[in-house]
Design a protein around this ligand. Structure first.
Ligand code: DGL
Length: 274
């Protein structure tokens, strides 16, 4: 029994991107404990097949369940776009499974439609058409244009942010039509909030740029409340961060988001397969 709902919230991504979501969750729900898993050994997910992405996502979700998580947030658009439905089917009865696409698509429909909206993301996310499908469920006539921007994730993971290289890459992608003339833009990758300011600047701050971090945190809060799962424990919450391969950069970015030194562990969940 867990009368205080002490069980942690599991959050996963291929790397540092999901930290944007984890940070927003921590801001909004500071009393919740969190287990973060960054699958840095398999990054980038955006270049992998749907089968491989599903395989990694299933293993991580079952690990988070073994750790007793009460919710699993797929803090990765690529994994959300191909693995959410199978994960929901397999684990939905045991745990709250949250994806990062539907809350953002709903936010667009409620607050910004009928603005012509652009979606940028990894190749796998854009190929899946997950945003279009989610937006068109509410708004069948929505004008959605999408563009894969595959260089952004390696660029961010290599630390090219706020500099001339990243500005040139952003310009090279976003100056293409029709993405250049959208009225709203969805950052369909959880890595992209790290360069949100540069992207907004490209559009002269005249385009509404949406990212999943705060929107997903609010939607998670609502679901936890509805299900009576908010933590009431008297002890301070605990956060643990796992990576499947250790990189200095992960620790550096995590340090940027979470001021105190994080509890970071390396864990290879695929040892048996090697
Ligand atoms: N952060 C992930 C996303 O939201 C993907 C990055 C990757 O390609 O691994 O799509």
């Amino acid at each position: 029994m867990d009368p205080y709902n002490n069980r942690p919230i599991g959050i996963f991504d291929s790397g540092v991107g999901g930290l944007t979501v984890a940070h927003a969750v921590k801001q909004l729900l500071p009393d919740e404990s969190m287990i973060y898993f960054g699958d840095t050994a398999h990054l980038p997910y955006g270049e992998k097949s749907p089968e491989a992405i599903l395989h990694y996502s299933e293993r991580i979700t079952s690990f988070l369940l073994e750790q007793g998580c009460k919710a699993v947030v797929i803090a990765c658009n690529t994994a959300s776009s191909v693995a959410y439905e199978p994960l929901q089917q397999k684990y939905g009865e045991q745990v709250l499974v949250v994806n990062v696409i539907d809350p953002v698509a709903d936010h667009y429909s409620e607050k910004l439609a009928p603005a012509r909206v652009g979606v940028i993301g990894t190749k796998a996310t854009i190929r899946s058409g997950a945003y279009e499908k989610s937006i068109r469920k509410k708004d069948p006539d929505a004008e959605v244009v999408s563009l894969a921007t595959p260089l952004f994730v390696p660029m961010i993971e290599e630390g090219f942010i706020f500099d001339d290289i990243s500005n040139a890459i952003i310009r090279a992608y976003l100056s293409q039509e029709p993405i250049r003339s959208v009225e709203a833009l969805i950052l369909g990758c959880t890595h992209y909030p790290i360069i949100k300011n540069q992207i907004s600047k490209f559009y002269n701050f005249s385009v509404e740029v949406l990212d999943s971090a705060a929107i997903v945190a609010r939607s998670l809060q609502k679901m936890l409340k509805e299900k009576g799962l908010m933590r009431k424990g008297p002890e301070p919450p605990q956060d643990i961060f796992y990576v499947s391969d250790y990189t200095d950069y992960f620790e550096k970015i995590a340090g940027m988001f979470f001021e105190e030194k994080i509890n970071l562990k390396k864990l290879n969940l695929w040892q048996d397969e090697e």
